[in-house]
Ligand binder design. Structure first.
Ligand code: 2AM
Length: 198
């Protein structure tokens, strides 16, 4: 059908080993905050750019721009670590796990995508990029500081689990009563970087 919009975003996927560790921590602490909806382990990712609703018929052009941008960005090493709450641990609406390494490179890539995709009609971000994995969303703000303190210890092994980011994933998000389903549409390889040195 003409004019159909897909809900889209671009993300960095995490290695399975990291996913398992996070899933174990979420299972352990998931019950502590009753108002939290925890992200399913298979849905955990680092969002680089939320595209939002985009016309299906223009998808090929969008995808071309993403490929070109990715080709100009070099692979990088990332690591996760630490956790916190947005907007603050005491009044958290979102609980997240942070990036201990690769934040600068991820921010550079997110910035390039943000600038480049504006040309094909995607709204620019109005907030600075902060690389994170959202692990829970809360209906009402809650004080999560003690939970975050406990989780911090559980997440320590992440420091020893750095990983290479060689590609990004172009996702479609399908919203449903049981939460969103993220469908990978395309894996897009990072390239040689602007100076061609990778
Ligand atoms: P978040 O993890 O920080 O919540 C799919 O919805 C992904 O896009 C989520 O990981 C979410 O980031 C991100 N995203 C960024 N801006 C968004 C917005 N305005 N609405 C929904 N998701 C958004």
């Amino acid at each position: 059908m003409s004019g159909d919009r897909l809900r889209l975003f671009l993300a960095v996927d995490i290695p399975e080993e990291t996913r398992r560790l996070l899933a174990a921590a979420l299972e352990r602490y998931g019950g502590e905050i009753p108002e939290a909806r925890w992200v399913k382990a298979e849905n955990l990712h680092i969002t680089l750019k939320f595209i939002g609703g985009y016309e299906e018929e223009k998808l090929e052009r969008l995808s071309n721009e993403i490929r070109k941008t990715a080709a100009l960005s070099a692979p990088f090493r990332a690591a996760l670590g630490g956790c916190g709450g947005f907007p603050s641990p005491r009044k958290a609406r979102v609980l997240w796990v942070g990036m201990r390494g690769g934040q600068e490179e991820a921010a550079g890539l997110a910035g390039k995508l943000d600038a480049r995709l504006e040309k094909v009609g995607v709204k620019r971000e109005d907030r600075p990029f902060k690389g994170h994995l959202t692990v829970a969303r809360l209906r009402r703000p809650a004080d999560c500081s003690s939970l975050l303190g406990m989780m911090e210890g559980e997440l320590e092994p992440l420091a020893e689990m750095p990983f290479e980011v060689r590609e990004i994933t172009f996702y479609r998000s399908i919203l449903g009563p049981g939460g969103p389903t993220y469908v990978p549409l395309e894996k897009i390889a990072l390239g040689e970087g602007e100076d061609g040195k990778g």
